[in-house]
Ligand binder design. Structure first.
Ligand SMILES: NC(=O)c1ccc[n+]([C@@H]2O[C@H](COP(=O)([O-])OP(=O)(O)OC[C@H]3O[C@@H](n4cnc5c(N)ncnc54)[C@H](OP(=O)(O)O)[C@@H]3O)[C@@H](O)[C@H]2O)c1
Length: 332
């Protein structure tokens, strides 16, 4: 292991109001990715950065089959090619998988090195993709120590977690605090149709107490909260279609309320959904597959729902009798 650098001189992690998720970039199975989409994805990247959406979330497990690592490689290529506004603010966040064969702190450091190679630059934010707390709690200590090594050695600007609940988060915080390593971010599945991490687990309060920024993943509930999918409208194929067919009969209160607010404010449902996440103090990272979608999502910036509208949406969410299934790795 190399010696720790002076972390007080490390470049700071700067996070924008909204980020962009790139799970779909390289994923054929769930998201229908095809390499012919790459020029459009590059245009998405460019539009996001120029519009101030400078945080990109990826993962070293992203990309199906032979396309594994594709999301990181595309991001690396796009970031290297980009010149324009906000270039210096680009923040590439990857998630390192807690694979069962990653058992040592060295394995985490090597994984981050491999991500940095695909990204063609150092990783800005390295996150542990999921907690092993629900099935192999003994594995997690070494993975966290490896993450902390990356920060201490100045290889990343910050470290983060994903799918951790408050109890496990406090345990990690205590472990890393002993080394003076801060947790910059926590990612949870959070949207109007997935309020569990906040309403049931209360992660917001713990994050505020521990100085951790909360990132909302799948903030559009995989596209359902854009209003473009319905029982009388075409559904995507595969697992998403199956899931949407199951959810749609029970989520009308949210779709109706989103629609009414969107109309009164001359916004789209996606913009209102993302703005709700921002009002809740989170950084939403919607996935985007086209410039039109990226442009639409950018329209969630520069205005704010009032407290009455947030309350209406909260109540509508409470009236839905179907919600998004929680990530199996989410701990308490
Ligand atoms: N930490 C974790 O375990 C974890 C888990 C899941 C996701 N994530 C991260 O969170 C990111 C976002 O979540 P997500 O991609 O799962 O779902 P999402 O952001 O809720 O939905 C994204 C999808 O919705 C559609 N869409 C996006 N913007 C739209 C717009 N303005 N109008 C119409 N349709 C629009 C697109 O799909 P279609 O065009 O096909 O409808 C897009 O791929 C991921 O990319 C990933 O980086 C993290």
């Amino acid at each position: 292991m190399t010696a720790a650098t002076d972390v007080s001189t490390q470049p700071r992690l700067v996070l924008p109001t909204i980020g962009c998720g790139t799970w779909a970039w390289g994923n054929r199975l769930l998201w229908g990715y095809d390499p012919s989409m790459d020029p459009e994805l590059q245009a998405v990247f460019n539009r996001c950065v120029s519009g101030g959406v400078t945080l990109f979330d990826t993962g070293d497990s992203y990309g199906t089959g032979r396309l594994n690592g594709r999301s990181e490689s595309l991001l690396g290529q796009f970031a290297a090619d980009y010149t324009g506004p906000n270039q210096e603010q680009i923040c590439l966040a990857t998630k390192l998988a807690a694979y069962p064969w990653r058992l040592t702190r060295g394995a985490m450091r090597r994984a981050c090195g491999a991500s940095a190679e695909r990204l063609q630059r150092p990783v800005d934010l390295a996150q542990l993709h999921w907690s092993t707390g629900n099935y192999a709690p003994w594995q997690e200590g070494a993975l966290l120590d490896g993450l902390a090594d990356l920060y201490e050695q100045g290889q990343v600007k910050g470290i983060g977690l994903s799918n951790f609940g408050p109890k496990r988060l406090r345990w990690v915080h205590q472990r890393l605090a002993q080394r003076g390593v801060p947790i910059a971010t926590l990612q949870v599945q959070y949207s109007l149709l997935s309020t569990y991490p906040v309403t049931e687990l209360d992660v917001t309060a713990v994050c505020a107490e521990l100085g951790i920024r909360l990132i909302a993943y799948s903030p559009l509930c995989l596209g359902l909260l854009t209003g473009k999918y319905g029982l009388d409208k075409p559904l995507p194929g595969g697992l998403r279609g199956w899931l949407f067919r199951r959810m749609l009969p029970g989520i009308q209160p949210v779709l109706d309320t989103l629609g009414a607010i969107a109309q009164s404010r001359d916004k789209t449902l996606a913009q209102v959904s993302l703005n709700w996440c921002i009002c809740k103090g989170t950084i939403p990272i919607p996935g985007a597959k086209s410039v039109t979608q990226a442009e639409d999502n950018l329209g969630a910036l520069g205005w704010q729902l009032d407290s009455g509208e947030v309350e209406e949406l909260d109540q509508a969410a409470g009236r839905c009798d179907r919600t998004m299934v929680q990530n199996i790795f989410q701990t308490r």
